[in-house]
Design a protein around this ligand. Structure first.
Ligand code: SAM
Length: 213
């Protein structure tokens, strides 16, 4: 928006646009939290230490489809796109329209698809984009505050959509997500990042290939 277009906006909208410009992605993230604290579950995006550690075990050369739940303002999206193959695809799914609009306005990459919807519908979304399975699914969802039944439904759909040999990557402030993962994933690696606000737990649920012990 140019300065003359901004001057024609009503005062409250003008202030909002100015604040967004000043605060950048953190401001948009905080605005989303204020509008829907239970679904967002955090006031500050993940730290670079969390991103580095979480994405560390991904085999990028074998990854054609990476799916992310709850991208917020895209803290993980750019690092994922930096690592993703040129013929790969990143699908992100968020229930918050503000975040999806922000991502579409700020990320221009032909491998990137931002969907306004729920992670519970991941199988339909993946199929609609020409894939049968995802190689990796990353989740920043606040599992402990999701409405009753949503967490287990997402965990089950995620296990079905991941190909054998792929993984479900989860970062969380509580251990609740691990309980949902353990419904289907037999092998779960764990770690912890202190340099995050608040400190957070990391989980990698590996979907074994048939024949694995
Ligand atoms: C803690 S924030 C994640 C922040 C971001 N990924 C980061 O690293 O900073 C949780 C996100 O999950 C989204 N969310 C909540 N329930 C969801 C659902 N059922 N499906 C998809 N996204 C959801 C929220 O809108 C919010 O963007």
């Amino acid at each position: 928006m140019t300065s003359s277009e901004l001057a024609r906006e009503p005062f409250s909208r003008r202030m909002k646009t100015r604040m967004r410009r000043m605060l950048g992605p953190w401001g948009v993230f905080f605005e989303g939290f204020v509008k829907n604290p239970v679904m967002v579950g955090s006031v500050i995006p993940s730290s670079r230490f969390t991103i580095e550690k979480m994405l560390g075990p991904v085999k990028w050369d074998e990854c054609q489809l990476f799916v992310e739940y709850g991208p917020g303002v895209g803290t993980f999206c750019r690092p994922i796109l930096d690592r993703l193959r040129r013929d790969g695809m990143l699908i992100v799914i968020d229930t918050n329209r503000l975040y999806i609009d922000y991502l579409n306005a700020t990320i221009s990459d032909s491998r990137f698809v931002a969907i306004h919807g729920s992670a519970a519908d991941v199988e339909d979304i993946v199929r609609a984009h020409g894939h049968t399975h995802a190689d990796y699914v990353l989740s920043g969802l606040p599992f402990s505050t999701l409405p009753e039944g949503v967490g287990p439904a997402i965990a089950d759909a995620t296990h079905r959509v991941i190909r054998p040999g792929g993984a479900f990557l989860v970062y969380q402030f509580s251990a609740r997500a691990r309980d949902y993962m353990a419904r289907n994933f037999k092998r779960i690696d764990e770690d912890f990042v202190a340099l995050n606000v608040p400190p957070c737990k990391l989980y990698w649920g590996w979907k074994d290939t048939p024949g694995d012990a």
